[in-house]
Design a binder for this molecule. Structure first.
Ligand SMILES: CC(C)(COP(=O)(O)OP(=O)(O)OC[C@H]1O[C@@H](n2cnc3c(N)ncnc32)[C@H](O)[C@@H]1OP(=O)(O)O)[C@@H](O)C(=O)NCCC(=O)NCCS
Length: 239
């Protein structure tokens, strides 16, 4: 599915508000590897275990279609920083995030790097925390939005930065303040030394839930085509 340089990258963003009552957990677990099952067993809180299992279940369902391999036969490997690849399909770009009831997966063809992050929109971010990941310009931008929208704006900045650091493969090992955003016509644009970086494309995705979802894509071609899908368990994703 490699595309030529001038074709826009095609990104599927798949969102799943999975049931949190645990009723389907056994079935989801059947498609996980033994390592994943072992990791699932280490979670202290049921909520975190369910979230991990739902994430890996959805990821395997989606990668299975791309790799044409049954979900339970896919071999997922994490590098030293935790970024996953599928054995034998190193060029397949994908990213996974989960946050309290929502799993988000982005899968791409024709791009170099991709990262996705989701967080609850009502996550409380204190002023001190805001300073620890935002530049003075970003804090000014956030202070200018109407008071009722500021908490969501703070979460949006956080998810944008985390999606970018996941696309780079470093995660929060790198200081989130090293990534700065401004806004053009309501679209976030990453700036380096005051100039927009045209190889990167960032988007906030409408999640239809109480979550903020951010996507980071590095692609030499023009703006990527982004297709947002809702996962229906037992079915293929549908719009
Ligand atoms: C990546 C990271 C920011 C995700 O944090 P989070 O908000 O708790 O989790 P999310 O739900 O958004 O994402 C989790 C997914 O990110 C992916 N991921 C983990 N590390 C990653 C990395 N370095 N780059 C890209 N993706 C990564 C995994 O697929 C993970 O899914 P899993 O939990 O099923 O394994 C965080 O785990 C991190 O900073 N990891 C790096 C830690 C580190 O310093 N490692 C040391 C060596 S570099």
């Amino acid at each position: 599915m490699q595309q030529s340089d001038n074709q826009p990258a095609a990104i599927d963003v798949v969102l799943w508000q999975y049931p949190k009552n645990g009723s389907d957990e056994k079935r989801w677990t059947r498609s996980l590897s033994s390592n994943e099952r072992e990791r699932a067993a280490t979670y202290r809180f049921e909520r975190d275990r369910t979230s991990f299992i739902a994430g890996r279940y959805l990821l395997r369902q989606l990668l299975s279609a791309h790799a044409q391999t049954p979900p339970d036969e896919l071999v997922l490997r994490a590098d030293a920083c935790g970024k996953l690849t599928v054995e034998g399909r190193n060029r397949l770009q994908f990213s996974l995030s989960n946050a309290d009831g929502l799993v988000a997966v982005a899968i791409a063809s024709g791009c170099e790097r991709i990262g996705i992050d989701c967080e609850r929109a009502d996550a409380e971010i204190e002023a001190a925390a805001l300073e620890s990941y935002c530049s003075p310009d970003e804090r000014r931008w956030r202070d200018q939005v109407p008071a009722g929208e500021r908490p969501r704006a703070a979460v949006a900045l956080w998810t944008l930065k985390e999606s970018h650091l996941k696309a780079l493969g470093v995660g929060l090992r790198q200081d989130p303040r090293s990534v700065a955003f401004s806004w053009q016509d309501g679209i976030p644009v990453m700036v380096q030394s005051g100039e927009p970086d045209r190889q990167w494309h960032h988007r906030l995705i409408e999640s239809g839930s109480r979550h903020v979802v951010a996507l980071a894509v590095r692609s030499h071609s023009c703006a990527p085509g982004i297709h947002v899908l809702t996962f229906q368990d037992d079915n293929m994703p549908s719009e």
